[in-house]
Design a protein around this ligand. Sequence first.
Ligand SMILES: [Zn+2]
Length: 250
Amino acid sequence: MFLGVTDAFTVLSRSYYMKQVLEEDKALFDEIKREKAILEQQKAELEREKQKALILKQQQEENKRQIEIEKAKRSAILKDIESERIEYERALEELERNSREIEQMLLALEKTPEGQKRLAHPWRGGFIYPVRGPITSGFGMRTHPIYHITKMHTGIDISAHSGTPIKAAAGGEVVFAGWWGGYGNVVIIDHGGGISTLYAHCSAIYVRKGQSVSQGEVIAAVGSTGLSTGPHLHFEVRKNGKPVDPLGYL
Ligand SMILES: [Zn+2]
């Protein structure tokens, strides 16, 4: 470096110059270092932003997935309700059909010589409750609270434990004792004068067709046979085969 240098001035100025170069180098070096640091920082920031965006995207996807699951669950529940509703409607339609069949049978019976005789001799006196218990459903039109299906309820429902004795509401002749579709085990008594009573969903039947029964006689036991959701007596009063409000007779 000092080769060929003869005077101190030159040496000094050269050393000064060198110092200048070194300082400039250092400044440049520092600047590069600073810029590199800034760049690193920006890169890290970018990386963090990228990471944040990725998390956000994952969250959005998870939310979407949850919504899909909820939607599927809800549609499954709706499908269940719909199939239950269809089942309930079918049950009511079967009961309606059975009710019309019973009406036809009672009308046909009225035309027989025995039926004519009974028609001429109406039951005198009132009716008694066949079973003691709360009336959970009355006679007339009723609408299901969930399915919103409105159908005629042809009798009254009296709540009672399974096996509770069912008494004849009045004296008369048993014109049917056995299974009848949605009514399950059913007993029908003709009281004369075109009036008959019907006792449905019985767990047991203690009388036969053609048998005479007196008022208060135990004819069957409460049950839940046929289309029934629980033990109760479905009690009907029929006038010339057509269901009428039992409370008008009790
Ligand atoms: Zn009923």
